[in-house]
Design a protein around this ligand. Structure first.
Ligand code: GDP
Length: 211
């Protein structure tokens, strides 16, 4: 095998040490910006925790908590020892019952992070394969476009839809996002349940981090 095959490098890196670093409920708590960061964003229940666990081959790296209010923090995970990059679990959005001030706090925290973070190399915007892009997802893509943070769309729970439905969802999502200034053309459909798309996403994350 080619020793520098990107997929194999990605597999090895994600099979190695990955450790929770810290939670940041505000900008003053962010870790020093010393390595590239890749941020994960998505509506609550989109499958973000499951995807982080699948990517990192772990069962409980990311908490699968769906409680509004408990998730208003950015969670940082060091990848590699010493760390070569960080994964950033952004707070889920779009709780039906979220109070207005919580939504506001989310926007401030996320916007501050997106706008000021030089080491943030890419965001992954997670979209449920069954539901497609919703207005709240468009709001987040607007924020990313405005902050000029490049992002991929990642479809989750691909195992939950038929292959033809998934193909149509990939096409519709690509069509919608390709007009956006900061959207990266690669769109990966994943399933944390079956593992489909996970290896491809690992490779894309390394490529985005430029490591
Ligand atoms: P989060 O709120 O975005 O972190 O979502 P979770 O990772 O907690 O997932 C929400 C629900 O969807 C849980 O019941 C998961 O078991 C389920 N889920 C997540 N990813 C997948 C997937 O790829 N396939 C299937 N079938 N279910 C999934």
């Amino acid at each position: 095998m080619d020793p520098i095959d990107p997929a194999e490098r990605a597999r090895k890196l994600f099979a190695g040490p990955i450790d929770f670093l810290k939670s940041a409920p505000g900008l003053q708590f962010l870790p020093d910006p010393v390595v590239p960061e890749i941020a994960f964003a998505g509506r609550s229940n989109v499958g973000k925790s499951s995807l982080l666990n699948a990517l990192t081959n772990r069962k409980t790296l990311a908490r699968t908590s769906n409680t509004p209010g408990r998730t208003q923090e950015l969670n940082f995970f060091d990848v590699g020892q010493p760390p070569v990059m960080r994964l950033v679990d952004m707070p889920g959005y779009g709780f039906a019952e979220a109070p207005k001030d919580l939504v506001k706090r989310w926007r401030f925290l996320v916007n501050d992070y997106l706008r000021g973070r030089q080491v943030l190399k890419r965001a992954l915007v997670l979209i449920d394969s069954r539901h497609g892009v919703k207005p709240v997802d468009r709001d987040v893509m607007d924020m990313l476009d405005a902050a000029a943070v490049s992002y991929h769309v990642v479809l989750t729970k691909a195992d939950k839809v038929k292959a033809t439905t998934l193909d149509a969802m990939v096409a519709a999502t690509a069509e919608e996002t390709m007009k956006r200034p900061a959207a990266h053309p690669l769109l990966v459909a994943t399933s944390s349940e079956t593992g489909s798309g996970i290896a491809e996403l690992r490779t894309a994350v390394l490529e985005a981090a430029e490591i």
